[in-house]
Design a protein around this ligand. Structure first.
Ligand SMILES: NC(=O)c1ccc[n+]([C@@H]2O[C@H](COP(=O)([O-])OP(=O)(O)OC[C@H]3O[C@@H](n4cnc5c(N)ncnc54)[C@H](O)[C@@H]3O)[C@@H](O)[C@H]2O)c1
Length: 337
């Protein structure tokens, strides 16, 4: 029996909490920064984005982050990437030294260029100097909508601290979830952050009416771009071939459940970017991650055409048709697969 505190009650936080609670093995306490959300869950036992999935009575809800964090075996960060730092700041005083903290948000912080487990460590060390956490990234091909209804899913618990990765593996290995471990936390976080940008490109190509050939090209070359950036910062090439790498890219770039894919599709159909994000109604992490990806590309002097093309459309006001012209008409004498 493990005590798990879940920070963030979006679709992913709630889907994972349900699996943990239904396993009968764990005590789950969920916290949200939005008090009205907690009132809604307690009153209805439903999540608005997971209709038809009952929230188990065993899950305890709290508006008090101290209660969600204190005395837990594992604290799970499940807030969108832009709220990871503020949530870490609020949780910091109650996290014990040596606390195992798993993060399942995907992204790179704009400005600092930190991965999200690094953001947590950075903020906690600012609020509580000297406090050290055992950080794990939980990632891989997993739609909340499918985990919520027990569809078999494999994910990755990644940490250079293999003991901590194994604790998280054991906690989440339940029912429909099979959890693998990996020591390459940077590689796993790089894949989780950047695959969303490639999914935007695939969605846009679908929205423009292109077919499977284009999708396959964008996925394959997109994975090449992600691994080029990863290898440049010292990640393990093997990670890009695994669940957190190609696995997560496939699930995100090909599924109707993917907000990044859906958002890209609307952009491809000519809907303005802001409107497309509003229509998705949930976090579109690929958009949030673009500035950091472009900055990384510049820092490592890499020419990554798919990421650049998405940035030109999302932040540069280019039309998706221009993006296609740019990708297909690049002036290169030789290109290797
Ligand atoms: N949904 C999935 O299938 C899935 C799967 C794997 C990873 N992830 C990652 O998990 C993270 C969360 O995704 P999600 O799908 O749950 O997003 P979501 O859009 O459903 O999250 C919304 C939630 O964020 C929280 N929130 C809102 N404002 C906040 C604030 N000011 N401070 C702190 N928290 C606040 C609230 O609990 C709200 O319900 C993302 O980084 C996503 O990439 C999602």
């Amino acid at each position: 029996m493990a005590k798990v505190g879940v920070l963030g009650t979006g679709t992913w936080g709630m889907a994972l909490s349900r699996v943990l609670a239904d396993s009968g093995k764990h005590d789950v306490t969920c916290w949200s920064a939005l008090p009205q959300e907690i009132d809604y869950f307690v009153a209805t036992k439903r999540h608005p984005n997971l209709p038809g999935v009952p929230i188990p009575d065993e899950i305890c809800f709290t508006k008090d982050i101290e209660e969600a964090v204190t005395d837990k075996d594992v604290v799970l960060f499940a807030v969108p990437s832009v709220f990871v730092r503020s949530t870490a700041g609020k949780a910091a005083p109650f996290l014990k030294d040596g606390q195992i903290v798993a993060d399942c948000a995907k992204g790179i912080e704009e400005g600092t260029m930190l991965f999200l487990t690094e953001v947590i460590a950075d903020e906690v060390s600012k609020v509580c100097p000297g406090k050290k956490l055992r950080l794990v990234a939980l990632s891989g091909p997993s739609h909340a909508e499918e985990v919520a209804v027990d569809i078999p899913t494999s994910i990755v618990s990644a940490s250079p601290d293999m003991e901590a990765a194994k604790v998280v593996q054991d906690v989440f290995m339940a029912g429909c979830l099979r959890v693998y471990t990996n020591t390459d936390i940077k590689g796993v976080e790089m894949c989780g952050a950047l695959k969303n940008i490639i999914a935007l490109a695939v969605g846009a190509s679908r929205g423009m009416g292109y077919g499977d050939n284009t999708t396959a090209a964008l996925i394959t070359r997109g994975m090449g771009e992600i691994s080029a950036l990863g290898v440049a910062i010292g990640c393990d090439q093997q990670t890009f071939n695994g669940l957190a790498g190609i696995g997560d890219l496939i699930v995100t770039a090909t599924s109707e459940h993917s907000r990044n894919n859906r958002c890209g599709e609307m952009i491809g159909k000519g809907i303005p970017v802001k409107k497309a994000i509003e229509k998705v109604g949930m976090v579109v992490e690929g958009i949030n991650c673009l500035p950091a990806a472009v900055e990384l590309m510049k820092r490592h002097d890499l020419d990554l055409p798919i990421i650049s093309a998405v940035d030109k459309v999302v932040n540069g006001g280019e039309t998706p048709a221009k993006m296609a012209t740019y990708l297909m008409g690049r002036d290169k004498a030789h290109e290797f697969d």
